[in-house]
Design a binder for this molecule. Structure first.
Ligand SMILES: [Zn+2]
Length: 342
């Protein structure tokens, strides 16, 4: 059997400027109604073409159909009132005005199914789709109904599982849950966070991924990162728990991050999606730089269990730079493949 090192993106890709403001995080849509629906499909097509031309081996929708990685999903659920807003502290880091949970959460209809079916029609390569994780969803709302973060997370997990099963039926090979909140609430991760994540992934045949990270390069995150010291060891709290979990793959940032790579040895039961591209910098990593980082990572992760990706989403980068960075992932992975497997 010939092994390969897969290459993909972790999260968002730049949006074309006719659908939203290019380079802006959470930019409002420039279209509405039918035009927006059609626009989302057109933007997905162009994002898939970009990934194929960069040579990535696992293709995503580039998150072209969502405005925000949590809110766009929640907007399609009943039980949340978007007009009743309250300012809460998000991930213990910054204040934001958020909607209120007012009654039982239900998924009215599939949220991303249409885009998953469309993505499946565009390529024969394996495809990946991202959903928010239950703990991060809880952390993005004010809850007047369940009055328990754990109970609300559990209900979100059930609803996410319904959505994930629809995505799986549409032919999605990898389902990724984004759980940046895992990096902050260590006690809750242990008490109910992993259980809720496993509930969201229950009985899926698609490979399951959890992406934990230190966030986009926004000011609140950058300030927080400065307070973390020269080594970021937060993952030390949660990797041993994830290593025992039913989730197949763990995604984290390795390029220019202060996460000590030796922490990867805590994931010896798992496959690893290693970020080899810095999304907070416009400097384009060379394939050689990517390859050198892969060599360092493989001191702790078998190359047979490694997929290379971006540290996080690239929505804030200019499209040309994002494209060049994707090409570097492919080329760097190919250099590593040759080095390890030929
Ligand atoms: Zn991320």
């Amino acid at each position: 059997m010939k092994y390969k090192i897969n290459s993909t993106v972790t999260g968002s890709l730049p949006k074309p400027n006719w659908i939203a403001e290019t380079g802006k995080l959470w930019s409002p849509w420039k279209l509405s109604g039918e035009a927006l629906e059609l626009g989302k499909l057109k933007a997905t097509l162009s994002s898939v073409e970009d990934q194929l031309s960069a040579g990535l081996s696992i293709i995503t929708d580039g998150e072209q159909s969502r405005q925000h990685f949590v809110t766009t999903f929640i907007e399609n659920l009943s039980g949340v009132d978007f007009k009743k807003r309250k300012v809460v502290r998000i991930r213990d880091r910054y204040d934001a005005s958020v909607p209120t949970v007012i009654s039982r959460i239900n998924r009215k209809k599939p949220v991303f199914l249409k885009y998953a079916i469309f993505l499946r029609s565009l390529t024969k390569l394996p495809i990946k789709f991202s959903l928010p994780g239950p703990m991060t969803m809880v952390d993005t709302l004010y809850d007047k109904f369940y009055k328990s973060r754990e109970k609300l997370a559990w209900r979100f997990a059930e609803v996410l599982n319904e959505e994930a099963k629809d995505l799986e039926k549409a032919g999605i090979d990898y389902i990724q849950f984004d759980e940046p909140a895992f990096n902050v609430f260590f006690d809750e991760v242990k008490e109910w966070g992993i259980a809720a994540l496993e509930r969201a992934a229950k009985n899926l045949k698609s490979k399951t991924i959890v992406h934990i990270c230190y966030g986009y390069g926004i000011k609140a995150n950058n300030d927080w990162k400065k307070s973390l010291g020269s080594e970021w060891r937060q993952y030390e709290n949660i990797f041993p728990l994830l290593n025992k979990s039913k989730i197949d793959q763990i995604s984290l940032e390795c390029m220019n991050s202060k996460v000590p790579l030796e922490l990867l040895s805590l994931l010896n039961n798992k496959e690893v999606l290693a970020g080899v591209i810095d999304v907070a910098s416009k400097k384009i990593e060379t394939p050689k730089e990517v390859f050198n980082l892969i060599k360092k990572i493989t001191k702790y992760v078998s190359p047979k269990k490694l997929t290379c990706c971006t540290n996080c989403g690239m929505i804030t980068l200019p499209p040309k730079i994002a494209q060049a960075k994707m090409e570097s992932i492919t080329k760097g992975s190919k250099l590593a493949e040759k080095y390890f497997f030929s």
